[in-house]
Design a protein around this ligand. Sequence first.
Ligand SMILES: Nc1ncnc2c1ncn2[C@@H]1O[C@H](COP(=O)(O)OP(=O)(O)O)[C@@H](O)[C@H]1O
Ligand SMILES: [Mg+2]
Length: 347
Amino acid sequence: MSSIISFREATKVFPAPRGRGREVRAVDGVSLDVREGEIFGVIGYSGAGKSTLVRLVNALETVTSGDVVVDGVSLASLGEARLRPVRAGIGMVFQQFNLLSSRTVAGNVAYPLEVAGWTRAQRDARVAELLEFVGIADKAGAYPSTLSGGQKQRVGIARALATNPRILLADEATSALDPETTQDVLALLQRVNRELGITVVVITHEMDVVRSICHRVAVMEHGRVVEVGEAYQVFSAPAHDVTRRFVATALRDRPSPAVLERLRTRHTGRIVTVGVDEVAGSSALITRVLREHGVDGTVVYGGITEVAERPYGSLTLELVGDAGAVEEAVVALRAVTLVDDHGRADR
Ligand SMILES: Nc1ncnc2c1ncn2[C@@H]1O[C@H](COP(=O)(O)OP(=O)(O)O)[C@@H](O)[C@H]1O
Ligand SMILES: [Mg+2]
């Protein structure tokens, strides 16, 4: 797959406010490739530089040094006039929707088409098609103030798609929405990617967003990319401390020390946590190993979820049986998956 956005040692420094204090290196020497046709996530805590990074892509900001190459075009070398067509090829959606309150839903979606000089008839047809695609055709004549957050973001997405961009940037697009609406909007972004073939860059501080739809992810801290890779890989083996903290917030399958203590008072057998993923430990494989050793395994904690549409999680089991058999079963489990052995309650 070829790269559609290429950051090359991209750096953005903001001067110190009113010349006092220190300058801010919002983006600090980032080199990164977003591949054509993927959903790419950028995750980081507030202030990490995520918004500045995406604003470099549609030239809302320009690099202090380095370059950003979009669709083969080096933005650092372009003047304002030649940046305009680059911007037109990129759609953007925002956390606060940024809809025009004085315009109807249809009027909001038509706005970029008016700017681009489409005729009335062309606009009407395109707006109808877009509202159908995002599922709010019945709201065409409504004003934004009468819409729910999820509906507003659908309008935002329709507007961003109006001029057929090849890239859609979503900056915290679901951060103002409740969890259920978030999933609906993420599903819509996934359709934008799959059905329209648009490359989607998702900025977020929520690992659940990455878990749900991103193919690959970059983790940012202090303006730098500290980790990048396949979402599944990053979840399975987070290399950086920040990444580990994010992963822990998205996967609540592992018992905390306090939970383990309670498990030990409720269960007298050997407590082990086994990793479940599509490669090593499928739950069927784990069950078979236990059966072969004549050991009973009862699930006492955990959960299996999906990361990038692949099974992922862990199960905490109480193993009960002959002490030797349990020992051998644990050894056999280690051969097929990651095992965290919490031992046996002292009785
Ligand atoms: N226009 C600006 N002028 C000065 N400082 C800015 C500007 N935009 C962002 N910053 C600073 O750059 C850093 C990164 O900000 P931002 O890219 O918004 O991070 P994030 O989106 O990850 O929260 C922050 O310290 C922020 O205060
Ligand atoms: Mg931001």
